[in-house]
Design a protein. Structure first.
Length: 217
């Protein structure tokens, strides 16, 4: 076996990454069943045998794509974690930072197109990667955000109202990706850059603080 830093090892890692990128794109655009290993290999610039070598087959690659989505989301807004006691201001600031990071990624990062398409396709089709992404990132991160929301408002983190509020917040952000053609047309923008993303984030952050303030009443 080649040492970790050898050219062959580096090439193997690149092939693996290319296969995951190709899988994310094709699974997201066409769905699992309609995507062939030949299509994936062609898009990745490699041969079909490399899918079996790296992932054991199409199912293994699909699972790896799910893990990649969860890991990329964690890299964007932070891995789910428990927080020590926070003041209301500290908790609100942490939610605000997550909003800004997520808006910047979802609206302006080229990689977000395939990631969001893959995730929505898995949710729509009740795919196995949806459960993986939920257990690995979405569920724990939602719980963390609920805890921060509770710290910012004094409400129960496990209350229905807080859970819905967090889902509603994230849903607003995701719309700017799935509804991007409508957003661009209505706003008169040619495309979304980090400048537009920052303005979107400003509006959502203002809404966040207003909602948190009402929640304290």
């Amino acid at each position: 076996m080649a040492p970790p830093d050898s050219p062959s090892s580096s090439s193997s890692d690149k092939t693996r990454d290319n296969l995951i990128s190709a899988g994310l794109h094709l699974f997201g655009a066409q769905g699992f069943a309609a995507t062939s290993t030949r299509q994936i290999a062609a898009r990745a610039g490699t041969n079909v045998a490399s899918i079996a070598y790296h992932f054991g087959g199409k199912i293994g690659l699909h699972e790896a794509c799910g893990r990649a989505v969860a890991d990329r989301m964690a890299a964007t807004v932070g891995k789910p974690r428990h927080h020590a006691e926070l003041t209301a201001r500290e908790a609100a600031s942490m939610i605000e930072a997550m909003i800004r990071n997520l808006v910047r990624f979802v609206t302006a990062a080229p990689a977000a197109t395939d990631i969001v398409a893959f995730l929505l396709g898995e949710i729509r089709d009740h795919g196995p990667a949806a459960d993986l992404i939920y257990s690995r990132f979405v569920g724990p991160k939602h719980s963390e955000l609920c805890a921060l929301w509770a710290a910012a408002t004094g409400r129960d983190a496990e209350s229905e109202a807080v859970k819905i509020a967090v889902f509603a917040l994230v849903g607003q952000i995701v719309y700017f990706r799935i509804g991007q053609p409508f957003v661009l047309k209505r706003m008169g923008w040619d495309h979304l850059t980090e400048a537009e993303a920052a303005r979107i984030a400003d509006v959502l952050v203002n809404q966040l603080h207003a909602t948190l303030e009402r929640g304290r009443e």
